[in-house]
Design a protein around this ligand. Structure first.
Ligand code: HPA
Ligand code: ZN
Length: 319
């Protein structure tokens, strides 16, 4: 039995398996530039974050209707439940859909059709986190937050993702202030490819409560000490780090050193359809490649509930 756990770093668009991509393409009359699912999987040879993002945004063309988003989310929730996930905080990328002519309402209502009944259907409680694309303008992020106002009862927080380097947190200071004023929780990707300073600035300028990835904090001992002192959770994604070459091999992953340093680490899947595994596959992979013992794995699972945006009673119920 997989350990009960929460998944806190999961892009719903990154759960689009090749088989579902082809099924949705057929349903919507969208032509994909791949002969079949094998040819598509063959294209998953990423050299860095940008080469992954190019494919990830391209494949979104098959997501058009509420039902598509509902099917996508249900497929993820079923797989997650089978991997021990009891609670999932799910990212989505509204700007990537709006830019293709898919309305924000279509995305949110479609996802909600699955998320709203996920406890009954899958035994997984959920939260939705809306991410701003950091390689788009601050104005575009502000417009997206404005467009999300009718759906704020369904959105728990905001995040920041996409191409990191060259798009520092400061660019999004005002929109994060506006999000906080609306009562939204705040997280941000930082220190995946970007420097440790982006982690510091995400804390100080954006007021985030968790750092997504945060791998490169290990280059700055003072930052590590601060993250430990302030109990800032990091949502690590080991298989993603290997596939996007943030680390050379899984055996080189700093997770054991990060745990030894006292960091509040969690293990997550990021974009599981693309990176070779869902969350328990990540747990299994780090266990064998990094020699983590049972106690360490339990610590990671416990951390995932501590770091979640769950009310206390829900947290107890999930465990
Ligand atoms: N990093 C940045 N942006 C993303 C990622 C990621 O790992 N996955 C989907 N968008
Ligand atoms: Zn991510």
């Amino acid at each position: 039995m997989p350990l009960p756990k929460a998944e806190l770093h999961l892009h719903i668009e990154g759960t689009l398996e090749p088989e579902l991509a082809f099924a949705l393409a057929a349903r919507n009359g969208v032509e994909l530039p791949y002969a079949d699912t094998d040819a598509l999987r063959e294209a998953y040879r990423f050299s860095d974050l940008q080469s992954f993002l190019n494919l990830y945004y391209g494949l979104m063309a098959v997501l058009r209707t509420e039902r598509d988003f509902e099917d996508l989310a249900n497929a993820y929730l079923a797989r997650a439940a089978a991997q021990g996930v009891r609670h999932a905080e799910i990212f989505f990328d509204p700007q990537a859909h709006i830019a293709r002519g898919v309305a924000l309402g279509t995305v949110v209502e479609g996802l909600w059709a699955a998320l709203g009944s996920s406890e009954e259907n899958h035994g997984v409680s959920t939260r939705l986190i809306m991410c701003f694309l950091r390689d788009e303008s601050a104005d575009s992020a502000r417009e997206t937050l404005e467009a999300a106002r009718p759906y704020l009862d369904r959105i728990t927080g905001v995040g920041l993702d996409s191409a990191e380097v060259g798009h520092p947190p400061v660019k999004f200071r005002e929109v994060y202030e506006a999000a906080a004023a609306l009562g939204l929780r705040r997280v941000a990707h930082a220190g995946e490819e970007g420097p440790p300073q982006y982690i510091t600035d995400s804390l100080d300028l954006l007021g985030v409560e968790r750092i997504d990835h945060g791998l490169r904090c290990m280059e700055d001992p003072e930052l590590v000490a601060r993250l430990v002192r302030e109990r800032v959770p990091l949502t690590l994604c080991p298989l993603s780090n290997v596939r996007l070459r943030a680390v050379d091999t899984l055996a080189d992953h700093p997770l054991p050193a990060m745990l030894d340093a006292g960091l509040l680490c969690t293990v997550n899947s990021d974009d599981p359809a693309y990176f070779g595994g869902y969350v328990d596959d990540n747990f299994t992979a780090v266990r064998s490649a990094l020699g983590l013992d049972e106690q360490r794995l339990r610590e990671l699972a416990r951390n995932s509930f501590l770091a979640a945006f769950l009310a206390d009673d829900e947290e107890r119920r999930a465990r």
